[in-house]
Unconditional design. Structure first.
Length: 311
């Protein structure tokens, strides 16, 4: 921190992290390293398979590859830094890098919220109007939906950060393991009531509305599945949507618990645990639940391995 005549200018932040005990930090390093490797390998494999295998050039896998790309980028903004900080007693991050991490993390988090809603719509069309699916979910429509959600996420992020208070008055110890919006607000010396309200309003548009849309969509899907006469057809429809619903429930449950609540004066350890769930655990589960146990993805993987062996 730089000290002037009457004020202190913050140039860096100290992250409290998850523990001050060296042996606990060592265990967390191993845990987060394994989780990060699984996230990058699993999600990266889905992106590669979707690009190289023509059998996966469908709307569902197009959106899944977008989700995998978001998850890899999201964890890469925070987990490598967390791994490095496991070996230091005082985790320091410069001001500029902290704000960049916070903005990129929020942008990617909003994009994932909107993407999950788009994926629910895709499953709704596939199950409720299967005969018209290819006419509705054309390549052009998929690209428009993808561009719209990325652009909307960018605009929502920009609007929010322009409304944040500008003054930090010397407090630079952040009770978190990454730079995160809610933890940052505790350090501003100006009134943060407006920023807290902005978080609430943004959360309504990016969490509550998409979640409500997904619930409504799956309600319609449930009614459509009940009309399917064959048990095999019902089972296929349920397996297609069940994995999506599991991910949605965990992701939105933890995110809503973190953001749609009154902003307290302090950032607690419970808030950090919630952050681990939607920031690390969910990206690790996404490829396992969505795709890697899917017959199409397994077939694409074997075809890719076969091509490599032939060469």
């Amino acid at each position: 921190m730089e000290v002037g005549d009457n004020a202190t200018t913050v140039t860096e932040f100290v992250l409290v992290g998850l523990s001050r005990q060296p042996h606990v930090r060592a265990a967390l390093f191993v845990l987060f390293l394994v989780m990060y490797a699984i996230i990058v390998a699993g999600n990266g494999l889905i992106v590669v398979l979707t690009l190289v295998d023509s059998h996966l050039h469908t709307p569902m896998y197009f959106f899944l590859s977008n989700l995998s790309f978001i998850d890899v980028c999201y964890v890469t903004t925070s987990v490598p830094q967390m791994l490095v900080h496991c070996f230091t007693d005082k985790a320091i991050i410069p001001l500029g890098r902290c704000f960049a991490q916070m903005r990129i993390g929020l942008f990617l988090g909003v994009a994932e919220c909107l993407l999950l809603a788009v994926m629910a719509y895709d499953r709704f069309v596939a199950i409720c109007t299967p005969l018209h699916y290819n006419l509705i979910m054309t390549q052009k429509v998929c690209i428009i939906l993808a561009v719209s959600l990325w652009l909307s996420s960018f605009l929502l992020t920009i609007i929010y950060f322009y409304s944040m208070p500008a003054r930090l008055c010397g407090h630079n110890v952040m009770n978190h393991f990454v730079c995160e919006v809610r933890a940052m607000l505790k350090l501003f010396c100006t009134d943060t009531h407006t920023s807290g309200l902005n978080i609430l309003v943004t959360s309504v548009f990016t969490l509550l509305f998409p979640f409500a849309f997904i619930l409504l969509t799956y309600g319609r899907i449930g009614l459509a599945v009940l009309r399917i006469r064959s048990a095999q057809g019902r089972g296929k429809a349920l397996s297609t949507c069940g994995s999506h619903l599991i991910v949605v429930s965990i992701f939105y449950g933890t995110a809503l618990a973190g953001y749609l609540k009154p902003q307290a004066k302090t950032f607690t350890d419970r808030d950090k645990i919630v952050g681990i769930f939607y920031g690390i655990v969910i990206p690790m589960l996404n490829p396992l639940i969505y795709s890697l146990r899917n017959r199409d993805v397994k077939g694409a993987l074997w075809r890719l391995i076969g091509r490599k062996v032939e060469k």
